[in-house]
Design a binder for this molecule. Structure first.
Ligand SMILES: [Zn+2]
Ligand SMILES: [Zn+2]
Length: 280
């Protein structure tokens, strides 16, 4: 069976099955929720903030309406809380849902929190980050593509996502030398943006090369790391199903490997909650 499909991957990495099944279930629930499409901003209004490094969702001039995204997040939390088959996750989601019901302006509060503000202190922050970005990415999807076509990548080259401001979750190498390009992948909103190939996306040290830890038989996945800060980024360098191999949870075993080598995960992760942890 091919490693390059979701099923083939799970066949070859049976220990990822629980996390894979949970992700599939949550995705299905999220897909069943109704939401509206975000308005497309007037890009000229946002151009100044873009040049100054302000991510789209944090720009007052772009004025993206995040209220519907927040409502979608809360709907997903409520649905997960009522799904009795999800075990520990159901219990955590119930506590989260109860907490959010008691907060005025919860949709806005949740979105501010996902965007990095300490707007409140949720129970189960790991689960909220995961459910929150699963829902918010669905709402933002119609925006990410036109934004990608509008923006001049040469004017960004920053270590955080141009859409939501998160640090990268993974990296991707695209094309062949000499025109080969490196992209960073946002684990939250799903945006990919271009970044210098030799520069560390955490400490921004540019040593002219990053060290590479190859992993045999992993369909083009490898670990790029920085000698200066020991931060690493799982990087995909193959031609398979990008949706599978850039999903982050599909390579949690590489995080274990990197950890064993004394490297540090400085990339964001949606999968740090107890029930989704990779096996040690
Ligand atoms: Zn993002
Ligand atoms: Zn570094």
């Amino acid at each position: 069976m091919s490693l390059l499909t979701r099923d083939g991957w799970l066949e070859a990495h049976a220990y990822l099955r629980p996390v894979g099944e949970l992700c599939a279930r949550i995705e299905r629930v999220a897909a069943g929720l109704d939401t509206e499409a975000p308005g497309i901003p007037n890009w000229d209004d946002y151009a100044g903030d873009y040049k100054a490094g302000v991510p789209l969702l944090r720009s007052p001039d772009a004025a993206i309406d995040l209220e519907p995204a927040g409502k979608l997040v809360i709907a997903l939390v409520e649905k997960t809380a009522s799904d009795s088959s999800a075990g520990k996750v159901t219990a955590e989601a119930s506590a989260l849902a109860a907490d959010l019901r008691g907060r005025p302006g919860a949709p806005r509060l949740v979105m501010d929190w996902l965007l990095g503000e300490e707007s409140f202190d949720p129970p189960s922050p790991g689960l909220l980050r995961y459910l929150g970005w699963t829902a918010a990415a669905r709402y933002l999807f119609p925006l990410v593509d036109p934004f990608g076509r509008w923006r001049d990548e040469e004017l960004w080259h920053r270590k955080y996502c141009p859409t939501c401001g998160s640090p990268p979750a993974m990296g991707q190498l695209v094309g062949v030398d000499p025109g080969r390009q490196r992209f960073l992948v946002c684990g939250g909103c799903g945006t990919r943006w271009r970044y210098r190939r030799t520069q560390c996306p955490f400490c921004e040290n540019d040593s002219q090369r990053l060290a590479v830890l190859g992993v045999e038989g992993e369909a083009g996945l490898r670990i790029d790391y920085c000698e200066a800060c020991k931060g690493y980024l799982k990087t995909y360098d193959g031609q398979g199903d990008e949706a599978v191999l850039l999903a982050d949870w599909t390579s949690l075993h590489l995080d274990v490997l990197a950890h064993d080598r004394g490297l540090e995960r400085l990339a964001t992760s949606l999968y740090d909650l107890g029930s989704l942890r990779a096996p040690a």
